[in-house]
Design a protein around this ligand. Structure first.
Ligand code: SF4
Length: 384
């Protein structure tokens, strides 16, 4: 069960390794209500992110897509700095909180390094993962990026997009009917689309690749730029959905549940394959009621024929991600009690904490049954 707010731990004051002692202005602070419980939404769109600090590395500035991003920034009236070399200025603050605030207000336009051109598999989601960016401006208090990306949580968008897409072509397996590519392992690509245009270009590129399929996922809702693209049915747009209880308390800076449902409806009506990523599933008090409400509303939003999949992902954390998240969100309502969890080892010898066997069984049974009852036409891809 979630921990009452009064029992939440306090900011430890520890600094991640790469912190520098650079003061930041109060202007970097996120809006006061970013971490507050949001009112039950009736379609509150996510605020378009306008970073206060934007940097281009020298290499990124040379790229055609880098210049396209600059044009977007100009149109939005956002200032940026072009660095003389391929290094960014020090982005840390003097406390964990300052670093967090500054980083979440910073966009860096860089080139994806050569190592990222060697794609890696991402089961069970897709054959390959590739990246348009690393980092995300939202403030989800369980964010999986906390454990997988090191350093200050700056958003780095890639300027060498043309090279990234051409490289994908090398990974289309001629012996398979279709090769799938996941674009949102390290970012929410829609959350920065108004600044980069990278997702639109990527969807259009996949539209020209009959043997490849694109998958991406978001908690944002401004899909207007995607609706008229020539996607050729070769992209599955997934929306990350959760119970109102979770969305209102733990997903700062994102669109509310209703806005996401409406975004999904628009994408389905635009001929995209769509997906509901129900994540992270949490057994908070009376969870069945809230999740029933979610499934009901999803059914109402998708009251037409559409190709639909479900992915069901329970909440998990690692010791490292727990520490970082508690530093960032010391008053979180998220339950990080290790005594209530099971340890799951991975092949590299580290571990994560997942719900205990009986609880997992209950969640799996309930969600599988409820989804199948309401969405007999949909495919549940996995429960984890
Ligand atoms: S939207 Fe996704 S990537 Fe962004 S903060 Fe939330 S969980 Fe993390």
């Amino acid at each position: 069960m979630p921990r009452p707010l009064s029992e939440a731990p306090h900011l430890s004051g520890r600094l991640p390794k790469d912190h520098a002692e650079v003061p930041i202005s109060q202007a970097d602070a996120p809006p006061v209500d970013t971490f507050a419980v949001q009112p039950r939404g009736k379609g509150r769109s996510a605020k378009l992110w306008k970073p206060k600090h934007v940097y281009f590395t020298a290499g990124a500035w040379e790229e055609a897509h880098g210049r396209r991003i600059a044009e977007r920034l100009d149109a939005l009236g956002l200032n940026y700095e072009v660095m003389k070399a391929n290094r960014l200025p020090k982005l840390g603050g003097s406390t964990t909180r300052e670093t967090y605030q500054k980083a979440k207000n910073t966009l860096a336009i860089v080139n994806a390094p050569p190592s990222t051109m060697k794609l890696t598999p991402i089961p069970p989601s897709a054959d390959w993962q590739f990246h348009l960016a690393k980092g995300c401006p939202a403030h989800c208090q369980y964010c999986y990026l906390a454990g997988s990306l090191s350093g200050a949580p700056v958003t780095r968008a890639y300027a060498n997009l043309d090279q990234i897409l051409e490289n994908n072509a090398n990974f289309i397996d001629p012996n398979k009917q279709l090769t799938s590519f996941e674009a949102s392992c390290y970012t929410d690509p829609l959350g920065i689309e108004h600044l980069t245009g990278s997702l639109s270009r990527t969807i259009s590129w996949f539209g020209t690749q009959p043997d490849a399929r694109l998958r991406w996922v978001t908690k944002y809702d401004d899909v207007s730029a995607l609706l008229d693209l020539h996607h050729n049915g070769q992209t599955r747009c997934r929306i990350s959905l959760n119970a109102d209880w979770v969305t209102r308390r733990l997903e700062g800076g994102t669109a509310d549940l209703e806005a996401r449902l409406q975004a999904m409806r628009k994408l389905g009506q635009a001929g995209y394959h769509v997906g509901a990523v129900l994540a992270p599933l949490m057994p908070f008090d009376n969870w069945q009621d809230d999740y029933t409400d979610l499934l009901q509303r999803l059914r109402e939003a998708l009251d037409f024929e559409v190709d639909l999949t479900f992915e069901l992902i329970t909440h998990r954390f690692t010791p490292g991600s727990k520490q970082i998240l508690l530093d960032w969100y010391p008053n979180t309502a998220l339950d990080f009690d290790e005594d209530k969890r099971s340890k799951k080892l991975n092949k590299f010898g580290s571990h994560k904490f997942v719900y205990q066997k009986e609880q997992m069984k209950e969640l799996k049974g309930w969600f599988t049954e409820e989804v199948e009852a309401r969405f007999p036409e949909a495919e549940v891809l996995y429960f984890t």
